[in-house]
Design a protein around this ligand. Sequence first.
Ligand SMILES: [Zn+2]
Length: 179
Amino acid sequence: MVKPCENEECGKPFIAKRRDTRFCSASCRARAHTLKSRREYLLARTSAAAGVEVVVPTPATPATARLERRVRGLEAAIEGARVEAVRGLGELAAELRVGRDQAADAVAELSARVDTEVAAQARRARAAATEGRRRDARLREVEAQLLRVTTLLGALEQRLVALEQAVVVATARLGGTRR
Ligand SMILES: [Zn+2]
């Protein structure tokens, strides 16, 4: 029967003496085994680096061997993408951590400033207690300022939540490609 040589670097049609003959020559057979073990070694090394265990099944028939070869090629591609994703996520996480720390610092700083400011404003408002309308205006001003700062704090908190969610989503996405 005529079939293609299963050495991926050859692939030439040849006349197989037996149904289970897979290669056109002894050299193609040796070459295919070299390529296979090299790929398995690289895959294992990449997987080990990414912290994943990959089980490479033993081919049963030429048909399943072809399929499994394609699967291994895909697995290697996926692993490559995963390694890239891990690297990208690491960078993203580092960026997010910086953003989160900066936001946390800003919140703490603003809280301290609000406390001082509110105390000072209250003192001034009390001192102006005899000034009638001006006192009311001053109190409204203090209230408006408090509202602005509270809104700002709320926005910062929402930003923190969004950053946390981005980390969770990115982590979950990474988890989806993990086997
Ligand atoms: Zn060949």
